[in-house]
Unconditional design. Structure first.
Length: 422
């Protein structure tokens, strides 16, 4: 009997989460065979790309579709109920005939790709990541024997919004077999947005995080010489409290709102800090340039901007020398960077609007504030007590191991795949 389970990954093909999730899974069960569409290496080749956990790499959208085949496909599509539901919905949204036509052709292209390139792969499961309408078009046309999982990342649930989003994502969820989010808080957001009828399909399931960075943190935790050398190489003062503003170059980190508040600090307080902005991935050149410009203007504040993408060792060293991470994005599910800082024994200051209750419920300590206006007084308090505060984080390492390490999360993902097929 062939026990292999063939799984295709569609939606967002972002390496930072997917390599960890599927890499840890195949370590424990090599009967699970993963292939991926639109793989995106966020490191741009700076991190080792050998031994990735995928059997095949696809780019279905790059496949050319002959015009006559597309016309035939849209004719077939027009005979379905979904085709007419799209038309009536888009008319209700006052879309132009050209906009509706383009959308119908987009769906027809997805239908063609599925029927000619995906359904023929003898798949057991298609796993959709980052559930926005654009990433879910294929789900409507898959062979009925293929099981489907829709996995929300966080911002797809909390930032992507609007009547159109609800209409198309809700229809996709109705077709899916399983829906996953990371925490109960995110479950409630999903119910409010798409309906409580999905409760029987929904499971709370944390992403598996690879342990490479955590292992490197353990290796260098007490190595003062290596940590000081890292600081010197990146022009980080040895005698200042290091505060990281966010953890990547996306504007949704709210760097600018943080900086506006930091600028109000009395000089007697601000002089104690070095403010580190790591822009290793994400964002756009204009935004990155604006942050670099601000750092150059605000000479009384010690800003350090790093644009280099870090490997596991360098990331571990960054987390170890970060005394405080300010984690106050627009939205988030569960930040790997934040858990790494906490695992290193340092402190995270999070926005109270973020769904991090699962950390506190599992014994992980961190600070919270409700508004950016509270940032100056919190930084002043931290400058006076940072050693005591960080010493109070001693249990975070053990608590995080028991919550997010692969030994806890990976078996649950494996059971999910197996339950769908067997």
């Amino acid at each position: 009997m062939n026990n292999e389970i063939k799984i295709l990954i569609l939606g967002i093909g972002q390496s930072n989460f997917l390599n960890q999730l599927y890499g840890e899974i195949i370590k424990k069960d090599d009967n699970l065979k993963f292939s991926i569409d639109k793989y995106s290496d966020l490191s741009n080749g700076k991190v080792e790309t050998l031994n990735l956990p995928y059997e095949e790499f696809y780019d279905f959208k790059s496949e050319l579709i002959p015009k006559w085949e597309l016309r035939k496909t849209i004719l077939d599509f027009s005979k379905t109920k979904f085709f007419w539901q799209i038309i009536f919905f888009e008319i209700s949204q006052r879309k132009s005939s050209k906009e509706i036509k383009n959308l119908l052709f987009d769906f027809a292209k997805a239908k063609y790709r599925v029927e000619n390139f995906i359904n023929i792969l003898d798949l057991d499961i298609v796993h959709f990541h980052f559930c926005v309408p654009e990433n879910l078009k294929e789900i409507y046309f898959l062979n009925s024997k293929i099981k489907t999982i829709c996995t929300f990342w966080g911002s797809d649930l909390m930032r992507a919004t609007g009547v159109s989003n609800v209409f198309y994502v809700k229809k996709a969820l109705e077709i899916s077999n399983v829906i996953t989010v990371q925490t109960p808080e995110l479950s409630e957001i999903l119910y409010c947005k798409y309906g409580r009828k999905f409760s029987l399909k929904l499971t709370n399931l944390l992403f598996t995080l690879g342990i490479n960075i955590f292992n490197e943190i353990d290796v260098y935790r007490e190595d003062i010489a290596i940590l000081n050398d890292f600081k010197k190489r990146h022009s980080i003062p040895l005698d200042k409290i290091v505060v990281a503003l966010g953890h990547n170059a996306f504007s949704e980190n709210n760097h600018l709102l943080m900086i506006e508040q930091i600028k109000t600090l009395p000089k007697i307080v601000s002089c104690k800090f070095a403010f580190l902005i790591h822009l290793g991935y994400g964002g756009n050149k204009k935004y990155i340039n604006s942050l670099q410009e601000i750092a150059g203007i605000e000479l009384e504040l010690h800003f350090i901007i790093i644009t280099e993408f870090f490997n596991a060792k360098e990331t571990a060293l960054l987390r170890l020398i970060t005394d405080l991470l300010i984690q106050m994005p627009i939205s988030d599910a569960l930040s790997a960077a934040m858990t790494e800082v906490l695992y290193a024994g340092n402190t995270a200051l999070a926005g109270a609007w973020l769904p991090y209750g699962i950390l506190r419920r599992n014994g992980v300590s961190f600070l919270e504030i409700e508004n950016f206006s509270e940032l100056p007084k919190t930084l002043e308090m931290f400058s006076l007590n940072h050693h005591n505060i960080n010493n109070g984080n001693s249990n975070n390492c053990k608590s995080l191991k028991n919550l997010i390490f692969p030994e806890k999360t990976t078996p649950v993902w494996i059971r999910l795949f197996e339950k769908l097929v067997y």
